[in-house]
Design a protein around this ligand. Structure first.
Ligand code: UDP
Ligand code: MG
Length: 317
């Protein structure tokens, strides 16, 4: 078995960090090749996600200077997740294992050694998990951790405190390639692929230059993306709410009838109260029912693979 390692790094307006990132990665890769951990055909591939600055120029320069570096230039900005997928699917036929990481190296690159070791011991997917978030602001930490918890309680099993720093074997990426969905939330999809997995812990550092390309607005839409692409539970909540309000309406009907027979109401109040609650409840309930079917259609249109064969043993004559 050859051990060709490819690093895939999405870059959006990263001219400030790229030279330093490239230097650090070169050192790391040379070290790994020198210790015979990975094959010398291993590469570092930067995916330019339609940057408006000099990013692509820097990537082409790096490539000219050293064959270790390669690049993929996307036609326009498609967002981190799409850039990452583009990278993974483009390099999968050249590599035995692929590690994805961010251009700012906030995720400690020393975890790469351990990831490779785990791969060599037969693991297909190795998740990089942040052991602590001391360097993140309180706000980022609280929102991010709350998000992972919400995701899991809604039924999408993401790995807690794992972003997109992970190693995937070629066959795991082949599996990923079978997911045809357009709304990408990779860290939700990858755990559903299957195959042996493991985790590696590391400390998350600070961005050493440039600014975060994930402002609050993008973070929020990413979170909503994550929930709506993995869970149809919000629809079920509507159904539940409708049922609840319908129950309340029966209570209200009884209450207003009692008031009516006690003569404590004005004309029309009883019918109005009863019908208002009943109709509200029924509308929500039917919305929920319609929603259930919409949810089914949603899951069908994703056309996710229904199974992933890990091994097939069979004796042919
Ligand atoms: N990124 C990208 N396309 C985008 C936004 C971000 O490829 O539209 C890349 C970015 O260059 C970086 C990674 O995604 O390599 C993570 O972004 P960032 O470090 O800014 O996010 P944060 O660490 O602040 O969450
Ligand atoms: Mg970052």
């Amino acid at each position: 078995m050859e051990n060709v390692l490819y690093l895939v790094i999405p870059c959006y307006n990263e001219e400030e960090v790229l030279p330093e990132t490239a230097a650090r990665l070169k050192k790391k890769m040379n070290d790994l090749v020198g210790r015979n951990k990975v094959d010398q055909k291993s590469r570092v591939i930067f995916v330019n996600d339609g940057s408006k600055d000099n990013t692509w120029n820097i990537i082409t320069k790096l490539h000219e200077q050293d064959k270790l570096f390669g690049g993929i230039n996307l036609y326009r900005n498609r967002g981190h997740q799409n850039a990452l997928l583009a990278g993974l699917l483009t390099v999968k036929d050249y590599a035995d294992m692929v590690i994805s990481m961010d251009a700012d190296l906030q995720d400690d690159i020393n975890a790469v050694d351990e990831m490779v070791d785990k791969y060599l011991s037969g693991v297909d997917i190795v998740y990089g998990v942040r052991s602590s978030r001391q360097k993140d602001s309180f706000f980022k930490k609280a929102t991010a951790e709350g998000f992972y918890k919400a995701m899991n309680s809604l039924g999408a099993n993401t790995v807690f405190n794992h972003a997109d720093y992970r190693l995937m074997s070629r066959r795991a990426i082949e599996g990923l390639a079978q997911y045809k969905e357009v709304n990408l939330f990779l860290r939700g999809i990858v755990p559903t692929i299957g195959y042996p997995t493991d985790v590696v812990y590391y400390e998350r550092g600070e961005r050493f230059a440039g600014e975060s390309k994930y402002p609050l607005k993008k973070m929020l839409s990413f979170a909503i993306e994550g929930i709506t692409s993995f869970s149809t539970k919000p629809i079920r909540m509507i159904t539940g709410l409708g049922f609840l309000i319908f129950l309340v309406s029966i209570g209200m009907l009884i209450y207003s009838l009692i008031r009516h027979f006690m003569g404590a109401t004005i004309v029309g109040w009883t019918t109005l109260m009863g019908s208002m609650w009943a109709i509200g409840g029924l509308i929500l309930l039917s919305l929920g029912v319609v929603g259930e079917y919409v949810g089914k259609i949603y899951l069908e249109t994703k056309a996710r693979p229904r199974f992933m064969v890990e091994q097939f043993i069979n004796e042919e004559e």
